[in-house]
Design a protein around this ligand. Structure first.
Ligand code: IPD
Ligand code: CA
Length: 283
């Protein structure tokens, strides 16, 4: 058996596997997009779509991962659920930014992370942390990679994250969930936060947002409601570039809240987001 105890895990090798598969699947979904796109189903609301390409990309990714690492688990946004025996579970978003993909907008990509549940620092709210990951944005031909302690890269070039900036000159990205209730709450919060920052960007892919942050093309990011496949690889890429990732009030970051920025900017953003949520509760 290929257990973690018998075979020491080489996180850099896992990042190379993630990168190779993310690129190959990403190139395929871009080619499929050029032929047109078809909605296969809706999920949490009518706004939350899944295309045939999402499903195909997930099955190609799962197949490629298990061909290379047959003892690992795989969890994916479109339903992949394979339990492994190695202690490593791959967390896959076959297309992060599906609505962009549907409309022909460029911010979409494949996100693949190798995660462990060892409780070490960096463990997210879902109980896992990525030790290696890749996000490939096919329209930009940009491959973001990282592994635990190894730094993060775009097309092989080292990333150093955004500079620390006061919040009022920080370019902030965020995202919104798909349900009315979540969006009503998010509209209230963004109303409080928008006056405090340089400007807001809503790119439509959480994985891309966090990679842009790692590349210093944004200064800060926050979102509530992300799933592990949205953030698993990209949080590692951001962290390895020097970005601090926080939850609210000392909680582990994850679905309930994910705030990311250079350390001092992250504290300022945390205070602003917390104040906005407190005022919502007080209403
Ligand atoms: C979504 C994107 C979006 C974020 C949503 C996610 P999907 O993922 O990452 O930017 O705001 O919370 O659900 O549906 O495109 O895979
Ligand atoms: Ca996603």
């Amino acid at each position: 058996m290929n257990s973690a105890a018998e075979t020491p895990v080489n996180a850099q090798e896992l990042a190379e596997i993630a990168a190779e598969i993310a690129r190959s699947v990403g190139v395929q979904i871009r080619a499929i997009r050029a032929e047109g796109v078809e909605v296969a189903d809706t999920k949490s609301s009518s706004a939350d779509v899944v295309t045939y390409a999402d499903r195909l990309a997930e099955s190609l990714t799962q197949e490629a991962l298990l061909a290379r690492r047959p003892h690992d688990g795989v969890v994916g946004e479109e339903g992949a659920q394979v339990s492994g025996t190695s202690g490593i579970t791959w967390v896959v978003d076959p297309i992060d930014g599906t609505v962009n993909y549907l409309y022909g907008l460029p911010f979409y990509g494949v996100s693949i992370a190798a995660t462990v549940a060892d409780g070490a620092p960096g463990t997210m709210e879902d109980g896992r942390r990525a030790i290696a990951g890749a996000v490939y944005l096919p329209v930009f031909d940009e491959l973001f990679t990282a592994w635990d302690g190894g730094g993060s890269y775009v097309n092989g070039e080292s990333l150093t994250g955004p500079a620390t900036k006061p919040l009022d000159v920080a370019l902030l990205a965020t995202g919104f969930g798909y349900t009315r209730e979540r969006r009503t709450e998010q509209a209230h919060v963004i109303q409080q936060v928008l006056p405090l920052v340089r400007d807001i960007r809503r790119m439509g892919s959480a994985a891309a947002d966090l990679c842009m942050l790692a590349a210093g093309r944004l200064d800060a990011y926050f979102e509530r409601g992300l799933k592990p496949w949205d953030y698993a690889a990209a949080v590692l890429i951001a962290r390895e570039s020097g970005v601090q990732v926080l939850g609210l009030e000392g909680a582990a970051p994850g679905e309930s809240m994910l705030i990311a920025a250079a350390p001092n900017t992250a504290s300022e953003l945390h205070a602003a987001v917390q104040t906005a949520y407190n005022s919502l509760e007080a209403e």
